[in-house]
Design a protein around this ligand. Structure first.
Ligand code: IUR
Length: 284
């Protein structure tokens, strides 16, 4: 494969602390999707982003570039589409409870979720502990599920924020998971294409979370809300402490069981409290 000299220049700029422009982010994502940049170059740019940080303008540009190849989902008039996403933690099965709970109130939840990242678990991996569960649905399939049960939880795909799959895996392999700008673009590029009326973000901090301190989580939350607004998303953020696993169960299959217990009115108090706190913020 050719070296893609423009990509070498992009890496150099970010490595040396310069700011990348909108069209450079677009070119990078185009290169990722067409396979014209090497995996090593993607990793080098990710690491440069992790070391130098991304400005809010860069995070917004990267989010837009990652969302752009998708055709945003569109829902029938009269639907209120709500969603929640978290920055991940240990034992975090909130989406499995909150999604159906919001749907039970009459809103629609077209949730594009993630896999495990770093030491944190992933909603899709948990759902796949259910034999036969399919996380890859087309847009018409999503609409049919939403019409029937009000909530669907799916993976990003070739149609929905396709670059996130590549960057997500490489972040995991390059110690670049905990980079605010990359977290923002990963989450918001998926949320921007869901056709949402509103979004609530659960930004975790503490020993079991990616953000070590409440202060760093507050910065991330404020950047996410601001970049979200630039992408046309009405987002609210909640900071939640995570020094220990959420609930009593950690592990894909048993977390699903704990989520079901919670939906039946039981479940551990910390999980119930976080679900109701986030639920209260959804759409506010
Ligand atoms: N969820 C995502 O979809 N992306 C991320 O980077 C994190 C959580 I952290």
């Amino acid at each position: 494969m050719a070296t893609a000299p423009w990509m070498v220049e992009l890496i150099r700029k970010k490595r040396d602390g310069e700011e990348l422009r909108e069209e450079e982010m677009e070119r990078f994502i185009h290169g990722v999707l067409t396979g014209t940049v090497r995996e090593g170059q993607i990793g080098a740019l990710l690491l440069s982003c992790r070391l130098r940080g991304l400005s809010r303008a860069e995070a917004a540009a990267l989010s837009r570039a990652m969302a752009a190849p998708s055709r945003a989902l569109q829902w029938p008039r009269g639907w209120t589409a709500l969603d929640k996403h978290s920055t991940g933690g240990v034992g975090d099965k909130v989406s499995l409870v909150l999604g159906p709970a919001i749907a039970a109130l009459g809103a629609k939840v077209p949730m594009v979720s993630g896999r495990s990242l770093g030491h944190t678990g992933g909603t899709l991996d948990k759902l796949e502990a259910i034999p036969g569960f399919r996380v890859h649905l087309s847009a018409p399939e999503m609409q049919r599920v939403l019409e029937r049960v009000g909530c669907c939880i799916v993976a990003q795909s070739e149609e929905l924020a396709p670059a996130d799959r590549v960057l997500y895996e490489l972040r995991d392999a390059t110690a670049t998971v905990d980079c605010d700008g990359l977290i923002i673009s990963s989450i918001l590029s998926k949320k921007a294409v869901e056709g949402l009326s509103a979004l609530v973000l659960d930004v975790k901090f503490g020993r079991a979370a990616l953000s070590p301190s409440q202060e760093s989580a507050r910065d991330l939350a404020s950047a996410m809300v601001e970049v979200g607004a630039q992408l046309g998303l009405r987002a609210a953020a909640v900071l939640s402490r995570m020094d220990a696993p959420l609930g009593r169960c950690v592990g894909d299959a048993i977390e699903v069981l704990e989520a079901i217990e919670c939906l039946r009115g039981g479940g551990p108090p910390d999980l119930r409290e976080l679900v109701t706190t986030l639920g209260g913020k959804t759409g506010s």
